[in-house]
Ligand binder design. Structure first.
Ligand code: NAD
Length: 484
């Protein structure tokens, strides 16, 4: 039996407002479940719109002072928070595995990746630039400065409980913004422990609030309808993202939207097949397939399709599925029963349309929300899985004959987040990376996320960039001062 009592007791269970764990105005709590067993791990306080208002009041009270702190001071706090996260790697990794389900090795990977946004933006905090120039017509001077946009709301999903928060909190704090985070109700514990880490790192009270809530839409309505809030940054489904964009219209708040994906993974006939199989494993099976950058549709040149399919199927069939905290597990459970049913329905629809299951193709018996890693072939283009985001460990393989056909198939989606392709032809590298309608392209690699690079999508996959030197711009307004 796993002993997690000490770890769970170290997580603040109240709402994080004004630098401390506090009770909700109206009381109330909700349970957090372990998706590997379906059992309740613990209860956390349930924020209502009244609590959201308290958090916004607290953010507004310190916004001007925080914006006026020396960049070096903000930088040092972010850097200290990064150090504390690294020191507590094992605690954070186990917490993410408990509430989200992923294998412990993947949780450690997320800890490093997620923490790195704090180190990266601690370095960016001291590099916020403006510019000065003489007016070209000689009748004045132009000064351009950058200022923090003000109080921000971040709404995050459950699939990367730490990283989806830090890549918003890091640039916001570096820029001098205050922030209220509403984590997913499936995975609130990681963000609550992060709030404690920031307090330990010396972050002033009120700059960061964390509000777990089972009333997502009432909470965000309360905040977005308040003109003191100046920005909404969201990671989640396109459906919710477009609701939030319309809600932000009356107050003309800035938005950053990291939404759904439907990544193509193309293997051309000149690809290094070993590398392509390895890359497909990473792009498809990382995080159990519950990633917005996950390879959703594998397009393989017909001359190598049988060979690629056989090799990939052998690798996927050998994956060890089980609770993420057990030794040598590769794939954990899906987040909840709803997600498992949604994956099962997509596979059933594909099979009914004529697809063949080469391995997996079914939910696993027993407690928890496990689905067998799956390979599908002969998938008709009419099947839902050819168009919809899977968010699970299922690899549908399609064939193609020409480069033009592969590009047309890849772009035949409303989404445009990540895309991957494998080739050894340098001319094709430039041609295809330009032709793909995606915000991010992986060439001969299956993992592309990097805190030093801009993460973001086009089309229905979103607006704006997170990470890189671009990431902090999302939290800065540009001011032009004209003088003689
Ligand atoms: P979701 O949209 O259901 O929920 C995301 C967050 O929004 C959660 O915190 C949820 O509580 C909240 N929410 C839900 N309805 C709301 C409403 N009406 N008003 C305000 N908040 C609301 O998405 P999910 O199922 O948690 O996450 C999976 C989705 O996230 C997938 O589509 C995936 O592609 C996307 N995603 C995108 C990225 C990216 O960077 N582009 C990264 C990870 C996940």
């Amino acid at each position: 039996m796993l002993n997690t009592t000490r770890l769970l007791a170290s997580v603040p269970s109240g709402l994080w407002i004004d630098g401390a764990s506090t009770e909700p105005v109206d009381g109330g709590s909700f349970p957090v479940h372990n998706p590997a067993t379906g059992e309740v791990l613990t209860e956390v306080s349930d924020a209502s719109p009244k609590d959201a208002l308290r958090a916004l009041d607290s953010a507004c009270a310190v916004q001007a002072e925080w914006a006026a702190t020396a960049p070096r001071t903000r930088s040092a706090i972010l850097r200290r928070a990064w150090e504390l996260l690294i020191e507590r790697t094992e605690d954070f990794a186990m917490l993410m595995t408990l509430e989200m389900g992923k294998a412990l090795s993947e949780s450690r990977g997320e800890l490093n990746y997620g923490a790195e946004f704090l180190r990266w933006f601690s370095e960016e905090a001291v590099r916020i630039q403006g510019r000065y120039t003489e007016a070209p017509n000689g009748n004045g001077r132009i000064l351009v400065t950058k200022e923090p946009v003000g109080p921000c709301l971040a709404i995050t999903p459950w699939n990367f409980p730490l990283a989806m928060g830090t890549r918003k909190i890091g640039p916001a704090l570096a820029a001098g913004c205050t922030m209220i985070v509403k984590p997913s109700a499936d995975t609130p514990l990681t963000m609550l422990l992060l709030a404690q880490v920031f307090a330990d790192a010396g972050l002033p009270a009120g700059v960061l609030s964390v509000l777990p809530s089972s009333h997502s839409s009432a909470l965000s309505d309360q905040l977005i309808s308040d003109a003191r809030l100046r920005k909404v940054t969201f990671t989640g489904s396109t459906r919710v993202g477009s609701v939030l964009i319309s809600e932000s219209a009356p107050n003309v708040q800035r938005t950053s939207m990291e939404l759904g994906g439907n990544a193509p993974f193309i293997v051309f006939d000149d690809a290094d097949l070993d590398a392509a199989v390895e890359g497909a494993m990473a792009a498809k099976m990382r995080n159990g397939g519950e990633a917005c950058t996950a390879a959703n549709r594998l397009f393989v040149h017909n001359s190598i399709r049988a060979e690629f399919t056989a090799r990939l199927t052998a690798r996927i069939a050998a994956l060890k599925v089980g609770p993420g905290y057990e030794p040598d597990i590769n794939v954990g459970p899906l987040i909840n029963g709803r997600q498992r049913d949604s994956v099962a329905e997509l596979v059933a629809d594909a099979v009914a349309a004529g697809a063949t299951v080469l391995t997996g193709g079914r939910p696993l018996d027993g407690p928890g929300f496990f689905y067998a890693p799956t390979v599908l072939t002969d998938v008709p283009s009419s099947a839902r899985i050819a168009h919809e985001e899977i968010f699970g460990p299922v690899a549908p393989i399609f064939g193609f004959d020409t480069e033009e056909e592969a590009i047309a198939l890849a772009n035949n989606t409303e989404f445009g987040l990540a895309a991957y392709f494998y080739t050894k032809d340098i001319d094709r590298v430039f041609r295809v990376s330009r032709a793909l309608e995606a915000g991010m392209v992986g060439v001969n690699r299956g993992v592309i996320s990097d805190p030093a690079a801009p993460f973001g999508g086009v089309k229905a996959s979103g607006l704006g960039s997170e990470g890189g030197t671009e990431g902090i711009e999302e939290y800065l307004n540009t001011k032009y001062v004209a003088f003689t």
